[in-house]
Ligand binder design. Sequence first.
Ligand SMILES: Nc1ncnc2c1ncn2[C@@H]1O[C@H](COP(=O)(O)OP(=O)(O)O)[C@@H](O)[C@H]1O
Ligand SMILES: [Mg+2]
Length: 259
Amino acid sequence: MKTVLNIKNLKKTYATGTQALTSVSLEVHKGDFFALLGPNGAGKTTIIGIATGLVIPSGGTLELLSEDAFKFPEKSRRKVGVVPQNFNVDFFGKVFDVIVNQAGYYGIPRSIAIPRTKKILADLGLADKINTTTRELSGGMQRRLMIARALIHEPDFLFLDEPTAGVDVESRRSTWKYLKTLTAKGVTILLTTHYLEEAEQLANRVAIINKGTIIAQGTLSEILALGDGTPDEKLNDGFHSGKLEEVYLKLTKQNSDLI
Ligand SMILES: Nc1ncnc2c1ncn2[C@@H]1O[C@H](COP(=O)(O)OP(=O)(O)O)[C@@H](O)[C@H]1O
Ligand SMILES: [Mg+2]
């Protein structure tokens, strides 16, 4: 199995003194649908920021698509797509222009960019929004627009930072379906999400991070197996959820008990 993202002992302390990552090691393989799960403030966005050259690490190594991301950031970046956590698309731009302009940043000729834009927008259910101004789109459509923008240069690796936060169920399902077709083609996806059900449906491998430390990592079935055994009385809050959610709560709770 080819490792396409190899993170070793990654550390980050922000200028404010916040230690966002204590020592994170992660391995993502080609074609993985990898879910990085953890509570708010756990360090998920920091990891993506470091991998994509937006955040400077305080220590450790990170290799992305066989390139040292710190030494050759632009080399790996050309093969990487990112959907950031927050909407950062020009509010007054038209859907079609946002995508074609992005293609321009990668030097893709318009003769290729235009048909590719139409295809990606259609695949993501935005075909009839081509001439719509981005601020007129629903939250779910804005997310899908950011996915289209991240894919226009046909990256080998896609980072999705909470791509379905605040997105309605129908939109979420169609996005999942589309993302699955990408991994089937060999694209690798690293997804962060608060929806444990989403990770359970999509991911083949999972890591759980809490307070800057990875507390579990493995295949989805290995992680689910951590929930086997005696039910945790502390978690008996009367609610029922998917199995991954139960494991997640158990592990993040145990982890905070130690502190
Ligand atoms: N630019 C920044 N400056 C200072 N602290 C930050 C910055 N970005 C994130 N943090 C802090 O680092 C920690 C991890 O944040 P983040 O990586 O955004 O977590 P997550 O994405 O898992 O919610 C949090 O305590 C957050 O407040
Ligand atoms: Mg985040």
